[in-house]
Design a protein around this ligand. Structure first.
Ligand code: SF4
Ligand code: SF4
Ligand code: FES
Length: 255
């Protein structure tokens, strides 16, 4: 069997599909660099992920290609990119599900480091500091006191929203985030919903309104739900956006 052949389920030998990758290239630190797409070709293989394909391209064809991966298991959130225009995790994408020609671009909105690598961490940190995405308590915590058990239903509801891996797909797929740099995105709004549910957080609706009751927060959301469509962890973003909208609208009505 030659290298480009695979044995299919019917036991027959078939030639491997040739994949063509058009990959965005740009080094913002190099004044001579110009944004463009480079083309690479590779034989598809059973079970191959885009993570494996990109590593093969880097090992065999272009050692300078930049992209991010850490966990290879959909946990760290670092491998998100636009795959034929759709924000997705590369490590969870099987090449067998892709067409023959695959165009890869970096996520928009985030600062470009180079090629497919973007600085989601910087954006997430700034958003978190703006929204105070931590359990905010009015009084000092007595570290010697016994821990208070949490109601299991509340803990489960919080856990569901804590599954966010900060990959940035929801931001890259959001029309408002692309147009308005300061919009906190579904990732930020989801975090606000998570802390509003937390019984330890002493902030009231009016305090949350101060943080997200603007066009940079929940009122900038157009409810078209691109975020909900692309979230690789299937977070219930639609439900959380509706929950926050109701809560914040109530603050405006009650003053
Ligand atoms: S529903 Fe709101 S947060 Fe989600 S993509 Fe649309 S504008 Fe962005
Ligand atoms: S909400 Fe979903 S798409 Fe957005 S950052 Fe979290 S895991 Fe990624
Ligand atoms: S490498 Fe961690 S989510 Fe893809």
């Amino acid at each position: 069997m030659n290298d480009a052949a695979v044995i299919a389920k019917d036991g027959e030998e078939h030639g491997a599909r040739r994949l063509r990758f058009e990959i965005f290239r740009f080094n913002p630190c190099d004044p001579d660099s110009r944004p463009h797409y480079d083309t690479f070709e590779l034989d598809d293989a059973p079970g191959m992920t885009l993570f494996i394909a990109l590593n093969l391209i880097r090992e065999q064809q272009d050692p300078g290609l930049q992209f991010d991966f850490v966990c290879r298991a959909g946990i760290c959130g670092s491998c998100a990119m636009l795959i034929n225009g759709r924000p997705t995790l590369a490590c969870r994408t099987l090449t067998g599900t892709l067409p023959d020609t695959v165009r890869l671009s970096p996520l928009p909105v985030f600062e470009l480091i180079g090629d497919l690598s973007v600085n989601t961490g910087k954006w997430m940190r700034q958003m978190s500091e703006r929204l105070r995405t931590w359990v905010d308590v009015a009084e000092d915590v007595d570290l010697d006191s016994l821990e208070t058990p949490m109601d299991p239903d509340a803990a489960q509801a919080i856990y569901e929203l804590e599954r966010c891996i900060e990959c940035g797909c929801c931001v890259a797929g959001c029309g408002t985030a692309v147009m308005r740099e300061s919009f906190v995105g579904a990732v930020g709004l989801n975090k606000m919903a998570r802390f509003r549910l937390d019984p330890r957080d002493t902030r009231e609706d009016a305090d949350f309104f101060e943080l997200i009751g603007t066009d940079e927060g929940i009122f900038g959301c157009m409810s078209l739900l691109g975020c909900d469509d692309v979230c690789p962890k299937d977070l219930p973003l639609q439900t959380q956006l509706a929950y926050l909208r109701r809560k914040m609208a109530k603050v405006t009505l009650t003053g």
